[in-house]
Ligand binder design. Structure first.
Ligand SMILES: [Zn+2]
Length: 406
């Protein structure tokens, strides 16, 4: 590495450590920011010499990145941004912190994929899904897909691992000559009813989808989720045992196995490592308090709410909604989510925007009770499991409250 990059790396690590010591989070954003101020090419310098995989998409990035890092770890040490700091500052900080590792697996915000590909020259890019995110911030889904498509067309050397079930992802990945397809299902269909190539309607039946006006259709996947396991490209089925809940996470595991497969890792080697992943930056964490087993699920946009309903047990469920800056200020997305799967369980609501949620649940005919605090929620449910589904800052609030009592 050039001298300037060495200096920048050292300063970046010190800044991150100081920030952590001051109790201001994990320090990865400030550390990366300072490093890049000193050496604008620091990310490229730190990535060089490593075999890199990037993981991008609207939902499931953090979990899939963590599982992929575990799987690639079969081969040697892996640097990863496991705290969800998924922009170049976070990548820079993660690579600086880990020192030299032969491998890196990085979660990338979908808007930054082109920039991070240019800096890190990845061997593999995994594309999970594209759906609407925070309404006042995110790009339109079709614009995002176009951006990815253009980027991948300029990098034919990259191996792309992409979700065959998401028409937007398939269209974007079709620009690459080296694509491995996985099928992890697509629960959220509302953002892909229209073909991004020709504008015709997309039809779906028996797990397949196709455009009614052009050749775009679901490619045949090499990695497929089936029952509680995954079929590999040789046709062998592997049982996937995870501590993480839901079919969604078996899909995330299938993606991780497919990416690790591009590095030469076999499922049989990776699976025991996936089984050890318990909680990711507090997500899926289980806390016992007053005889209640509380499980935390993060849901930040319509597609991830549907996924959270899939992961949650049939148990009392607390929903918490805020609309602060990191959440997006507009809560009209509540009407995009079908809350009816919650009708058959006790539902509690809280958060800054509990009343928005109350109206939505009323319209959706889901009975609920409003509580003012997490303690009140705990007191309102019997001993046993309490599922908590919250959006971003609401999730952080509840985590902080639980950390205080533990
Ligand atoms: Zn079409």
């Amino acid at each position: 590495m050039p001298l300037i990059a060495k200096v920048a790396t050292s300063v970046s690590k010190t800044a991150a450590a100081l920030s952590r010591a001051a109790g201001r989070g994990d320090g990865s954003v400030i550390g990366g920011w300072i490093g890049l101020k000193i050496d604008p090419d620091l990310l490229a310098h730190l990535a060089s010499g490593r075999a890199v995989a990037l993981v991008s998409g609207t939902n499931g990035k953090t979990t899939t990145t963590r599982l992929t890092a575990a799987a690639v770890g079969v081969l040697g040490r892996v640097a990863t941004n496991s705290f969800g700091a998924n922009m170049p500052t976070g990548h820079t900080s993660a690579l600086a912190r880990e020192g030299h590792t032969p491998f890196a697996v990085l979660e990338v915000d979908e808007h930054y994929l082109a920039q991070v590909i240019d800096a890190t020259r990845p061997k593999v890019v995994a594309l999970l899904n594209l759906s609407r995110d925070q309404l006042d911030r995110a790009k339109e889904v079709a614009m995002m897909a176009q951006l990815w498509k253009t980027t991948l067309a300029g990098h034919p050397e990259i191996k792309v691992v992409a979700n065959a079930d998401d028409p937007m992802v398939v269209w974007a990945a079709s620009a690459s000559p080296q694509t491995t397809w996985f099928s992890a299902g697509q629960r959220w269909l509302d953002d892909s009813f229209v073909c991004p190539e020709s504008g015709h309607p997309i039809e779906r039946a028996q797990g397949e989808w196709w455009c009614t006006g052009c050749p775009l259709r679901r490619p045949r996947p090499q990695w497929v989720v089936e029952d509680e396991g995954v079929i590999d490209p040789r046709g062998d089925w592997h049982l996937v045992k995870l501590q993480l809940p839901g079919k969604v996470n078996i899909g995330n595991a299938a993606t991780a196995l497919a990416v690790a497969g591009e590095f030469g890792v076999r499922p049989i080697e990776a699976l025991p490592r996936l089984a050890r992943v318990a909680s990711i930056a507090g997500r899926y964490a289980q806390v016992d308090k007053d005889g209640r087993n509380i499980r935390l699920l993060l849901a930040k946009n319509p597609a991830s709410w549907l996924e959270a309903f899939d992961m949650a047990d049939q148990a009392p469920t607390l929903l918490s909604i805020n609309a602060r800056d990191p959440d997006g200020l507009d809560t009209s997305w509540l009407y995009d989510v079908d809350f009816s799967p919650l009708r058959d369980r006790p539902v509690l609501i809280t958060g800054d925007r509990a009343y928005d949620l109350a109206v939505r649940l009323q319209v959706n005919q889901v009975p609920f009770r409003h509580v003012q605090s997490f303690d009140e929620a705990l007191a309102a449910v019997p001993p046993g499991r309490l599922e908590v589904i919250a959006n971003y800052t609401a999730f952080q609030d509840i985590r902080a409250e639980l950390d205080r009592v533990n």
